[in-house]
Design a protein around this ligand. Sequence first.
Ligand SMILES: Cc1cc2nc3c(=O)[nH]c(=O)nc-3n(C[C@H](O)[C@H](O)[C@H](O)COP(=O)(O)OP(=O)(O)OC[C@H]3O[C@@H](n4cnc5c(N)ncnc54)[C@H](O)[C@@H]3O)c2cc1C
Length: 417
Amino acid sequence: MNTYSSSPRRVIVIGGGPAGLMAAEVLAAGGVQVDLYDAMASVGRKFLLAGKGGMNITHAEPFDDFVGRYGARRDQVGRWLDGFAPDAVRAWIHGLGVDTFVGSSGRVFPADMKAAPLLRAWLHRLREAGVRFHMRHRWTGWRDGRLVFATPEGEHLDAADAVVLALGGASWARLGSDGAWVPLLERKAVEVAPLVPMNCGFDADWSEHFSSRHAGAPLTTVALGLADDAGRIAFRKGQFVVSATGVEGSLVYAFSGAIRDRIAADGQATVFVDLLPDQGADRVLEDVLHPRGSRSLSSHLQGRLGIAGVKAGLLREALSKEAFADPRALARALKALPLVLKRPRPIDEAISSGGGVRFDALDEASGMLRALPGVFVAGEMIDWEAPTGGYLLTACFASGRAAGWGALDWVRGGESI
Ligand SMILES: Cc1cc2nc3c(=O)[nH]c(=O)nc-3n(C[C@H](O)[C@H](O)[C@H](O)COP(=O)(O)OP(=O)(O)OC[C@H]3O[C@@H](n4cnc5c(N)ncnc54)[C@H](O)[C@@H]3O)c2cc1C
């Protein structure tokens, strides 16, 4: 066991994802010595992975629309964003020497769509500012007022004037954020909403026949919708993928919070797929009813409506034989094919997680835990969620900044823990 010496104004940040790194930046710029601990061998692993498929870092839509993406938490997340709005995120990236561009959907990407150059420049700036990095230090709780870390060399204890916890959610545990912090905080009377998958796929319990033929097939240019209590379906266009067990991909992720909650309430959720979103229902019915002579129904649908491959497979999979043989039911299904989703995929596979430290457990302005004065939280470990599209990273950056400012005020006020 060893102990680092404690200086009068020193803050420990645990977790080197975007939220923790941002808190470290604010603190170091404020003249505080920052020691950043992370369980992994290097920081920002999820951030780097996010950059693999084309890092979407924020969104260029109007601020009101942007804040609306946080749903029930729009007010709380909005307060973080008041301090670091999407425009400020872009300016900050430019300040690191990385250009950004706005895609046709309004999504904002770093110039080469990669996270690595950005992270490299950021870590360089943090080191220059004096941030000390302690890798392979897994925080395991408190003992006698000190933080306990498990390291390959044994146990390490440390204490400082304030602590920022930025431990992430519970998806992709192999990148570091495994949700193991939940019981550590609950033992300290911090209320935590259960961590649940968000931006995740769902199981549909496909037949072996369908799964073996179509797993991995993308459904491009379709629309997806969930019915509201009055049975109205608001469709959204996009694309998703048939997986071996169900559905996944951006269009499914966009509905994933609502689908997950409906499954939790009702045991399953029915989503509706419009297989022909660019054609009106009347036109589809006309085409289905059009005399087909000796052609089979399948080649008729392919010839007149372009329904083939995975679209045709899905129609067969989800529709009863009777409905398939009834032209009106078939035409209705082409515009709103019901798919029954049984359960979300495991949280470890999700892009992000919902749930986490409840806002009631925080002083909202500073991110300080009410039950643990001097301990601040930031990022995905707090109870908010958002769709993909840059909303996750932007909120993590903004809450990291808020927690950094909160901890800075705390140590400047002369308090220590
Ligand atoms: C495949 C994928 C693609 C994504 N793409 C995008 C995207 O394009 N746009 C977007 O906005 N978001 C995207 N995200 C989401 C985004 O990466 C996360 O929301 C974000 O990284 C969360 O930041 P965080 O700092 O809160 O937590 P994390 O990035 O998860 O960092 C938490 C850190 O805490 C450390 N840690 C955890 N527990 C301990 C402990 N006990 N002791 C010490 N250290 C610990 C971890 O090692 C980790 O380094 C994507 C996520 C995934 C998985």
